[in-house]
Design a protein around this ligand. Structure first.
Ligand code: ADP
Length: 431
């Protein structure tokens, strides 16, 4: 009802090195089938036969290196072939990274030092909608196809592709990213910032990057294979002012040695000048794809809500979250960052109170928390919260002040893995 009747299945014959760009509506199914030839979606090959469902709201390109015939079945918002893509440039970049991985592995086998056995640490930067996450996916999937297990690091708290927004996270990519299921979620390492915008507390964002980098460094030092495979780091689309400062901070914190700049000459130039004193960092300018779909801030805000929903209900709505009730006294909720460290009266005479942006503040449970997301910390003690990663998230559905009870949904049944919870400004309203 409402929408147009579904069009009949239709075929597209693609020339070598061209792609079919498709936008899927929010509520109508679309599937695609490879009829002849070979094709891939952002680095992951389409199976030779059978229909592949494309998740709602996807904006994809089905690319072929050698030519293909594709069939679409279902409703789209747009579908058109294009022969102008930067894919050859991207795959050449991949080839260079691949050679560096091989060199790092060879060095490790010969007992070389940590420096020589470190594979490429690639950071992808550029304004919003320049195709950063997409390029990350391709580089990861192409590497995984060759047997590498690169680590994907996502610093984009606005539109995270590993877990819900408001997090910075990392996960090893062991096989090409699944077209339907996306990034594998078995073992992500997630640090919770709690807001979609870094300016709310940039110091906390920096501290969390440091914690994530430290943990990855530790994992790499014991794992030559993932060390050689290196990292692919996705960043936020904020490239000016504080956003730019955070990019430089990320390059340094994760010891990135390849900076790929998408779609902005100016940013490339500035970054090149900024890191030129550090000879081992390559700053490379890459063309942006015209296929990248622009998403306005309203759309982005909406898609944040969908990401949260997906966490609880699954991408294809195939999961059922579990509702649970806890007493206020069973949990402790904290907010990271809050005002001044100590009241003036508690300081030595003449000393000024110093704002500690990373201070932990205990939060009273209130009805304001309804519809917000809380993270469940792995910390054992409150003062470990900022340096600890999180086990997962719950969504507050009700707060009963009188009976002192909080109702929430969680992806798994049973008790929470920890009683220490982190508050956030992330909300999602169940329709
Ligand atoms: P960024 O990370 O820079 O904000 P994305 O990589 O997320 O940008 O791209 C924005 C949107 O455009 C995504 O939905 C992505 O799937 C889509 N997209 C990227 N490249 C193409 C393409 N060649 N054709 C169609 N859609 C694309």
């Amino acid at each position: 009802a409402g929408g147009a009747a579904a069009p009949p299945p239709r075929q597209f014959k693609l020339d070598p090195r061209s792609e079919l760009r498709v936008e899927v509506p929010p509520d109508a199914p679309l599937r695609v089938r490879l009829v002849a030839g070979t094709a891939e979606i952002f680095g992951t090959e389409l199976p030779p036969e059978g229909w592949v469902p494309i998740p709602p709201r996807s904006k994809i390109a089905i690319f072929t290196w050698h030519g293909a015939t594709l069939e679409l079945d279902g409703v789209t918002e747009s579908e058109y072939p294009s022969e102008e893509t930067p894919m050859v440039i991207y795959v050449n970049t991949h080839a260079i990274l691949d050679a560096r991985r091989a060199r790092a592995r060879a060095a490790a086998v010969q007992g070389g030092d940590l420096e020589a056995s470190q594979g490429p640490r690639v950071i992808v930067v550029g304004p919003t909608d320049s195709g950063k996450s997409t390029l990350c996916k391709m580089l990861l999937s192409w590497a995984a196809k060759l047997g590498w297990k690169p680590t994907y690091v996502d610093l984009d708290i606005g539109q995270g592709s590993i877990t819900i927004p408001g997090c910075i996270s990392a996960t090893p990519i062991e096989k090409p990213i699944d077209i339907v299921d996306g990034i594998p979620l078995e073992m992500p390492l997630v640090y919770f910032y709690g807001h979609p915008n870094p300016s709310i507390n940039a110091d906390v964002y920096k501290v969390l990057m440091k914690e994530l980098a430290k943990t990855l460094e530790r994992q790499f030092s014991g794992n030559a294979e993932s060390r050689a495979a290196g990292m692919v780091i996705n960043t936020m689309g904020w490239v000016e002012g504080l956003g730019y400062e955070l990019l430089l901070n990320a390059i340094e914190t994760f010891k990135a040695n390849v900076v790929l700049v998408l779609g902005q000459e100016k940013l490339w130039k500035i970054l090149k000048d900024a890191v030129q004193s550090k000879p081992r960092i390559d700053v490379v300018k890459l063309q942006k794809s015209e296929g990248v779909v622009l998403r306005n801030s309203k759309y982005r805000q909406k898609s944040r809500g969908f990401r949260i929903k997906e966490y609880f209900y699954g991408i294809t709505n195939d999961l059922a979250p579990h509702s649970n009730i806890v007493n206020f006294s069973d949990v402790s909720v904290y907010r990271i960052g809050g005002g001044h460290q100590a009241p003036r009266s508690a300081l030595p005479i003449g000393a000024e109170p110093v704002a500690d942006p990373t201070r932990l503040v205990a939060v009273n449970i209130s009805t304001d928390m309804i519809h917000t997301v809380l993270a469940v910390s792995y910390a054992k003690e409150p003062d470990e919260i900022i340096s600890s990663n999180v086990a997962g998230f719950i969504h507050v559905t009700d707060v009963d002040i009188q009976r002192k009870k909080l109702t929430y949904i969680a992806p798994c049944p049973g008790d929470l893995p920890s009683r220490l919870l982190i508050a956030s400004s992330l909300t999602w309203y169940e329709a």
